[in-house]
Each structure stands twice: as C-alpha cells, then as structure tokens.
Design a protein around this ligand. Structure first.
Ligand code: NI
Length: 177
C-alpha cells in the first residue's frame, strides 16, 4: 500500500527509531511491502520506515536506473534492518542529494566515501557489505533517517542547496522531483 510520506517539519522525522527484535513476521513483511510501494510511487532510490511514520530501524534502497540520479551506478535492491555503519577511512566526498521528505529541493552533502555496513534482512539473515561512492552515500542518507537526521542538516555550503529546477545548471542535469 502506498503510504503518506512525512515531510520535513514533522516531528516524527526527528525521532531515534527503535530496534527491530522479531524477524520474519507478517507485520514486518507488510511494512516492507508498504515501503516498496511508497518508494516506487515516489520514484525514490531509498526510503526509511520513519518517513512513513513507523518508528523502526528499517530502510530499503536500491535501483537499476534512477530518473532522479541519472548518472548513478546501480545499487542492489536491499532491505536493511538494525544497520550498523562503519566508515572505512576518513575520506569524504561531496554529492547532490534529495529526499522524499524534502520535495523539490536538492543539496550538496559530504559523505564518507567508503563504508562497511552490517545489519539484517527481513528474515533475520546477516548482511555485511563493503561499498563506496553512490551506494555508500545512499546507505548513509537512509540510515540517518533512523537517527532523526535529514540531509539539509548536513549541508555545509548553502550556495549549493535549493530548488531542483533552479539548480539544474549547477547540477549539470535537470533532475525531476
Ligand atoms: Ni531521505
């Protein structure tokens, strides 16, 4: 079912989400179905449970091709629960981000370039990956939602934060919202 996506300003986006303790349940499956439907409807590359008002440490992400990020390499479609992120090295890189909870806007955000992430899938199976670049960026963005952090809170240069259509020349491409 497509759910309403909470927008920045809603205090439910600022909470620290709760750890999932039971896997393979009907409730968890229904939540993941709703996240998938809502993300697909909005054309996003990832979504976190708090964005639909569910205060649990569950994110999904991944795509073969994204109209929002046309140059981005594919990221495997992933359900990630109770994630633990470990930056590999101090190196960061800047990149454009948007968020389904911040419609119409884009901004440049520094993120760790390389990352190991661990967590569980919907059946409780272990996930343990080492990634870099856009994949690492997506994971950092989505997992921030579990701690009440939205990407505008990480923008450092506000000359590169604004409305997607107005920023098109700076971004090098027109990115639909
Ligand atoms: Ni987001």
């Amino acid at each position: 079912m497509i759910r309403e996506i909470l927008r920045m300003g809603d205090p439910r986006l600022l909470r620290c989400a709760r750890t999932v303790s039971e896997f393979g349940t009907a409730e968890l499956a229904a939540l993941i179905d709703d996240l998938r439907d809502t993300m697909a409807d909005a054309g996003g590359v990832g979504i976190a449970a708090p964005q639909i008002g569910v205060n649990l440490r569950v994110v999904i992400f991944g795509f073969q091709h994204s109209d929002r990020y046309p140059g981005a390499p594919p990221v495997p479609e992933t359900v990630l629960i109770n994630p633990i992120l470990e930056p590999l090295g101090a190196e960061t890189e800047e990149g454009w981000e948007g968020c389904l909870s911040v419609p119409g806007l884009r901004g440049v955000v520094p993120r760790y370039r390389r990352l190991r992430y661990q967590g569980r899938d919907e059946q409780g199976g272990r996930i343990d990956r080492t990634v870099e670049g856009f994949h690492a960026r997506v994971v950092q963005h989505e997992c921030d939602h579990l701690d009440g952090v939205l990407y505008p809170m990480r923008v450092q240069d506000f000359s590169r934060f604004g409305f997607a259509d107005a920023l098109a020349s700076q971004m090098g491409t027109a990115v639909p919202d």
